[in-house]
Design a protein around this ligand. Sequence first.
Ligand code: PHE
Length: 448
Amino acid sequence: MSTARGQFSSRTGFVLAAAGSAVGLGNVWGFPTQVVSNGGGAFVIVYVVLAFGLAYPALMAELIIGRFAGANVVTALHKLQADGAGRKFAYVIGIASIIVASLILSFYAIVAGWLLAFLAAAVLDLFAASAPWLVDDSILRNLIFTGLFYFLTVVIVAFGVEAGIERSSKILMPLFLVLLIAMTAHVLTLPGASDGLAIYLVPDFSRLTDPGLIISALGQAFFSLSLGVGAMLIYGSYLSRDENLPSVGALVTLFDSSIAILAGLLIVPAIAVAQHKGLSVFAADGSMIAGPDIAFVVFPPLFESMGAVGLLVGLAFFALMSITALTSSISMLEVPVSLLIEKTSVSRPAAAIFAGFMVFLVSAAIIGQFDPLFDFVITLTTQYSVPLISLFFCIFVTWLWSRNSALQEIQQGFPDAESSLFWKIWPWYAKFLCPLLIVAVFIQSVFH
Ligand code: PHE
């Protein structure tokens, strides 16, 4: 079976694919919104500290397990231990991570469907045509465009690791970056943008020790690095043994945090520009419009108010958002797909179609029962499941596996690992500090 497994063809290919998974709606929406509601620059500082101090070690746990095992999540966790009880536990955590990956995909694809519908509307706008149903919320529209998004995700995953995931990331990630930089540069020249910059960058230091802020920053950091669902584990399983794991992991973390910070330089000033133009940026309850509504409620009138340039800016914005959602969703779908391929005899395309269709059904159920289900699934997965499963991945690597095996794995592609700073810190850090801090934050968030 192992010969049939795919592999990333180069370090760049892996870093772009893993960064593609990490950079997503969490960076472009989640991060800027959280910054605004959590003390501006203070949140940025706490976030960066937690991303490197806590999320990076947890990312390393997934990459090490993945590359060592060269297998899907369930098999990979199995391979770490010999005895019966540990293997049962591995099975439970493995299956749980696959369910959580699928559930995250189920709501992610709905938001991505909205983005595709607005992208289609922006394209029509360019030709002075319009189809109001594209931007009016309806069950039918949501089903069609969410379905379309699944179709794109399934096609890429069906092509496999190198021809699908790696190739698409190599095209989409640079395109995403160019669009992001161009849009940020443009928005920063507009009147009112500097007010947004001030909100974004000036830290309210009194918030630095606020437990609520720390919990949000931690959840954001884990979600943003695609942790706790096996996505990074499975990408790690396609990484060559010649690569230096701690350094590729650091590159991905750096890439992800930088894009989050850059996205904030676009989104927060854009909201301020909208406010400057007299457009409404506050919801009915007086709070600042946050989350998806920024894109669907605040920005369209802003683009419209920009005249002809606005047509292009709107198009670029929805293209950018759709692209970043797609490079993340393929990594979510790969989690169940890799299990199906390796545990049954189905082909990759069949596994991709089957898993994609099953998760689409979950999305369809959420679309049908939007109010009770949408927020519930988001909270359940991002706030509770992701940190918990990450915690177990850390425990598997450091408590249930031998320290020597972990070292041997890291030494592949990094012969001097044993004397490195990474090896001096990471083993005890991932063994004691990470689990402890995750539990502390988790308890806080449950009783918050
Ligand atoms: N990291 C992605 C984001 O920031 C979300 C994601 C979560 C992707 C889990 C894959 C797996 O939007």
